[in-house]
Ligand binder design. Structure first.
Ligand SMILES: [Zn+2]
Length: 304
């Protein structure tokens, strides 16, 4: 059965392809085997930078010559010297054009990844790493990007401290946000995790100070108020100058239980305790929403 499928697949490649192979042209999988550069990366180099452009059969199969393979090896040499793939092409024709400035692409990618990590921006991290994986062989990627990044992160990790005011992570305590005089000190926005704080910061929708709880109450898991950064929140809320505490907690059972607990504790402090609205997300369509979300949206309705 398998033999049959294989032979019919071979026939599908067409007589032109077979003839070319007999004449010494190489298919992409053989080039990948010889050079260690996988087919996805070879196609990305071709499409995005025109680095290695193979011949095609009438049916579109790629055919590589020995010169193509040599060119790929030359590209690898440049990549291993630290040149970014976007800057290799002129160097293949005129190697004397090489200057230190061609390393800028790696530095830029390094900076992008570092800031994505430090601002906990998973999407940016995902996109940049996926792009780099498609463009570079694993060894080059590891030497030029991942190892230097790991070193930079390890150095940064040594300098990270928890802010004594709000529980944010930064290189100083109080953190940059707590120390910023332009922040509205009368409003404390309470979040579960540092990642939530950064999500709000990226959105740029609130100019308050924050308070990171470090989790939510969960009696089943044995997490009580003393395990969270709640006592410090009470101190800050009662210290004067604060008029509102916004509970920006997740719309989960634990998040809402925690919100109830904190608002009860703050009842006597004489300040406004608010929470995020629950209901229809921006761009959301009603017939796709679950009953819980619809019920919350009806309950939180307001005059227009
Ligand atoms: Zn802080």
């Amino acid at each position: 059965m398998n033999d049959k499928t294989d032979s019919s697949a071979q026939e599908d490649l067409g007589a032109d392809f077979k003839k070319a192979l007999d004449e010494g042209w190489l298919p992409i999988r053989e080039v990948a085997r010889q050079t260690g550069v996988n087919a996805i990366t070879l196609r990305a180099w071709e499409r995005r930078y025109g680095l290695v452009v193979p011949q095609r059969t009438p049916k579109g199969h790629r055919l590589y010559s020995a010169e193509h393979v040599q060119r790929i090896m030359a590209i690898l040499t440049w990549l291993n010297r630290g040149v970014a793939v976007s800057q290799v092409k002129p160097l293949l024709d005129a190697p004397q054009a090489f200057t230190e400035t061609v390393e800028n692409d790696w530095q830029r990618l390094h900076q992008t990844l570092l800031s994505a990590v430090t601002s906990l921006n998973e999407r940016a991290l995902d996109d940049s790493v996926n792009q780099a994986i498609a463009l570079y062989p694993p060894r080059t990627l590891c030497e030029q990007l991942l190892m230097p990044l790991a070193r930079a992160l390890s150095e940064a990790a040594d300098r990270i401290v928890v802010c004594r005011e709000c529980g944010n992570l930064d290189t100083a305590s109080p953190c940059t946000i707590c120390a910023d005089p332009r922040r509205d000190a009368s409003l404390i926005c309470v979040v579960e995790q540092v990642g939530d704080l950064w999500a709000l910061e990226r959105a740029g929708v609130i100019n308050a100070r924050y308070h990171v709880l470090g989790g939510t109450l969960s009696p089943l898991d044995g997490v009580g108020p003393e395990d969270l950064n709640i006592a410090r929140l009470m101190e800050r809320a009662r210290a004067g100058g604060v008029t509102e505490v916004l509970l920006a907690l997740n719309a989960t059972v634990e998040g809402q239980t925690t919100a109830h607990y904190i608002s009860a504790e703050l009842e006597s402090a004489g300040l406004t305790v608010s929470r995020l609205a629950h209901g229809v997300p921006v761009g959301g369509e009603l017939d796709y929403l679950d009953e819980g979300t619809l019920a919350a949206a009806i309950k939180s309705r307001r005059p227009v």
